[in-house]
Design a binder for this molecule. Structure first.
Ligand SMILES: O=C(O)CCC(=O)C(=O)O
Length: 347
């Protein structure tokens, strides 16, 4: 938003009046014409030159409106083809460098091992900056400061937000509640090729959501529970891009994972399971069978991809870990399978 002083008849300055920036005017026209994502692009171009909270806030709103349209579809094109020939695995878990990443390898890895680790996806200094920004978002939320790092997103009716409290109690902030972070995150995902990878993997332009795109700050004594996200997402075509923004798995909580393809949703809420949707140790160990349960070490900017049937939990050890872990958990959906009670965003 530009503020310009309005001069009176004598040429003296009077009250300041608001004037819309050229990028905002362009976005207004594009939105009126129904092209929400072109409006996002116009604002993003301007925002890369001069950061502006108003633009960042508007982009979240436009992504939401584009997401509503995107998810009003019954089309479900086939998912990307797996490229088994390019998948070389040493050890128990497939791992590649960002320079090798593509949708075919990701599909092959998830179909064989349930997951794929990709190293160095975002440069470390950028990942650490994002870590600091997550910390600032938490501070803004905890001190009730509304400044672009944190402000609660209110969706267009009839969409409603029901479980924000549940996420914040679990050490998370929704990316949509941090317009500044959302801009940096989407920009980084686009720049490093994650957007193309997700689209190639799902076989269509993905939707993501307010509810399941979360910035995480996890302390060493955090709670944990084995789970498959499909237990509460329902029957979805989905991919989670989980990106570590600080070293974890040794000094800070990582992820405990069962690196094998599991086709079905396992029984939840049995034995010592903590929640109706979580899985007991007994069921998790039986499901793992001969597959070792791993706790990989991640550095800032590393990614693990997995889907809704992957068995995992937060990997905590209150006795040896001393630091918080920062990460992005971002779930992408084939639009026709978008979870009904979630609030859509276009990527
Ligand atoms: O970040 C964590 O510790 C948990 C992540 C998780 O459960 C998920 O990404 O589905």
């Amino acid at each position: 938003m530009i503020f310009r002083s309005r001069k009176n008849k004598n040429g003296n300055s009077g009250t300041a009046v608001e004037e819309t920036s050229p990028a905002m005017s362009k976005a207004d026209k594009l939105e009126e014409a129904g092209d929400h994502m072109a409006a996002v692009e116009a604002l993003a171009t301007e925002n890369r030159v001069a950061r502006d909270m108003e633009l960042e806030r508007r982009m979240v709103r436009l992504r939401h409106r584009a997401g509503i349209e995107l998810t009003e579809t019954d089309d479900s094109p086939p998912m990307g083809e797996p490229d088994y020939d390019s998948l070389e695995v040493e050890g128990d878990i497939p791992e590649i460098d960002a320079s090798e990443m593509n949708a075919g390898i990701a599909r092959a890895a998830l179909l064989r091992f349930g997951c794929l680790i990709i190293r160095n996806v975002v440069p470390q200094d950028e990942a650490l900056q994002m870590r600091d920004d997550i910390e600032l978002s938490f501070q803004a939320r905890d001190n009730e400061i509304v400044d672009g790092y944190f402000e609660e997103f209110v969706p267009d009716p009839p969409y409603a937000i029901l479980e924000r409290r549940w996420v914040s109690d679990g050490g998370g902030i929704w990316a949509a509640d941090s317009p500044k972070f959302m801009f940096d995150m989407v920009d980084a995902f686009e720049r490093v090729g994650l957007q193309d990878l997700v689209e190639g993997y799902l076989g269509e332009r993905p939707a993501f959501s307010v509810n399941k795109c979360t910035l995480r700050r996890v302390p060493p004594d955090a709670g944990t529970a084995w789970h498959q996200d499909g237990a509460f997402l329902g029957d979805v075509k989905a991919l989670n891009v989980w990106m570590s923004l600080s070293r974890c798995g040794d000094v800070a909580p990582g992820l405990d994972i069962v690196p094998k393809r599991i086709e079905e949703i396992l029984p939840t809420g049995t034995d010592d399971a903590l929640f109706p949707w979580s899985i007991s140790d007994k069921v998790a160990e039986e499901a793992a069978g001969d597959t070792p349960i791993l706790r990989p070490i991640f550095n800032p900017g590393d990614v693990i991809l997995f889907d809704d049937v992957f068995l995992h939990r937060t990997g905590v050890d209150g006795t040896t870990m001393t630091e918080n872990r920062y990460a992005i958990e971002s779930w992408f959906f084939g639009p026709s399978t978008f979870p009904e009670e979630y609030v859509p965003l276009a990527f």
